[in-house]
Design a protein around this ligand. Structure first.
Ligand code: KET
Length: 429
């Protein structure tokens, strides 16, 4: 028992503590004596701190969760209607290991295109996943099991949890350059260099749109060049698409990068999430898809994804999957959803303008152009961890220490307060 524990700890990079050395002769209380408190999650830890603050002025622009202009969480009208239709009709039986077939079909149309030949040819292995995180994790586990000698190239910076996901799946990580702090834009030249210099056949994690945390995406032309270079190098692109619809307000446009890679004949992987674009955060509904050479391969890959799911969570939850398939399967509800996604994206764009204008009105000596240039849920402000600490300590404003502002938490009511506080902590820098 102790030997197994030691082996597991060693694999996770945790070295045996003195308490573990004498395990077995100790009382029960000592079994966990070596467990240190985990480091706070850089994103969800912010929400915990926000909730613990009694100040009436407090503002949470930490986690990427959409709020209305009164700062309240939103349940979309299309979701409410889908739930009305579900009410009373739902049995609580298990879904298959791979999840809802209907939800998967609709998800593939959304990512690969309504009339995609690849769907008709049944070349895509896909399973319902526990939202975007679960889709990434399932893929990472698949990668470890079937391509054990590969690594994953992750952009710097990225969503912090990407590093945890591939670490826990025991896939070695490499990084590639993405962001240029001086221009607050894409470091395209360095990114291309890193793509060229990676060994042929490397796995790359790409944000399909609305890159988190920077809000900086390659242009269409740049995506074409990236895709071309991936072809030359025979790299495998894995797209994390957590914000489809949140970048431009149009889910089809936001899938452009994926469509370009498909046109160029790549095999791809894709993680989809309905957390943000349908506001189904806590329902944990998403989809993992892997495009294969042919139907036979797709059947085999899907069966292996199911094998990975079975001992982990057996089968995915049913409620969110029903909501998604009802909305996407009904033309009227789907167009209501499209309108509502656009409404959310537009409100965020409006708040970008408001925050920038407020900062400029205050006479800030710094340029805040990037607030309106960046897209999606986040503004990568350029503030330092120390400046963020001051925002929290002096103004009760909560955000991640990398300077990321969740624009989804900015409202007409708090944009002025936020701008004033940002101005106070940045004006002498
Ligand atoms: N990928 C990206 C790029 C991402 O930003 C998130 C969530 C996810 C996947 C996972 O979302 P899911 O709820 O599993 O579908 N990001 C926000 C929330 C979080 O950290 O969990 C965030 O960055 O605030």
């Amino acid at each position: 028992m102790a030997a197994i524990s030691r082996e597991i700890l060693k694999r996770r990079g945790i070295h045996r503590s003195p308490v573990m050395a004498t395990i077995g002769t100790r009382s029960m209380a000592s079994w966990f004596g070596h467990v240190e408190p985990a480091a706070k999650d850089p994103i969800l830890g912010v929400t915990e701190a926000f909730l613990a603050d009694p100040s009436p002025d407090k503002v949470n622009v930490g986690v990427g969760a959409y709020r209305d202009d009164n700062g309240k969480p939103v349940v979309l009208e299309c979701v409410r209607e889908a739930e009305r239709r579900i009410a009373g009709n739902l049995n609580m039986e298990y879904l298959p290991m791979g999840g809802s077939i209907k939800m998967i079909e609709e998800s593939l149309k959304l990512a690969y295109g309504e009339d995609s030949e690849l769907i008709k040819e049944k070349r895509i292995a896909a399973v319902q996943a526990l939202s975007g995180t679960g889709a990434c994790r399932l893929f990472a586990d698949f990668q470890k099991r079937f391509l054990p000698d590969t690594q994953i190239y992750i952009p710097i910076p990225t969503w912090a949890n990407h590093h945890n996901i591939w670490r826990d799946a025991c896939v070695p990580q490499r990084t590639f350059r993405y962001y240029h702090p001086e221009t607050r834009g894409l470091d395209f030249a360095s990114m291309m260099d890193d793509i060229k210099n990676a060994p042929n056949g490397s796995f790359f994690l790409l944000h399909a749109c609305a890159h988190n945390p920077t809000g900086v995406d390659p242009s269409e032309e740049q995506w074409r060049e990236i895709s071309y270079q991936f072809k030359v190098k025979n790299h495998f692109p894995f797209f994390d698409m957590a914000y489809q619809g949140f970048a431009s307000g149009d889910p089809n446009r936001d899938a452009k990068a994926i469509r370009i890679f498909l046109e160029d004949g790549h095999l791809i992987g894709c993680a989809q999430s309905y957390a943000k674009n349908m506001g189904l955060y806590g329902q944990r509904v998403g989809c993992l898809s892997i495009l294969c050479d042919d139907e036979l391969q797709a059947v085999a890959v899907k069966s292996q994804l199911q094998q990975l799911a079975r001992p982990m969570y057996s089968n995915p939850p049913v409620h969110g999957a029903l909501v998604v398939s009802i909305i996407l399967g009904d033309p009227e509800l789907k167009s209501l959803w499209l309108k509502e996604v656009k409404g959310m994206a537009d409100r965020i764009i409006g708040m970008r303008k408001a925050l920038r204008e407020n900062l400029e009105k205050l006479g800030s000596p710094l340029s805040w152009e990037h607030i309106t240039n960046q897209i999606g849920m986040f503004c990568y402000s350029g503030m330092t961890p120390e400046q963020v600490d001051r925002l929290t300590d002096e103004f009760h404003i909560y955000m991640t220490r990398n300077g990321r502002i969740s624009m989804a938490g900015v409202t007409t009511g708090n944009a002025g307060y936020l701008a004033n506080a940002i101005h106070e902590v940045t004006k002498s820098s």
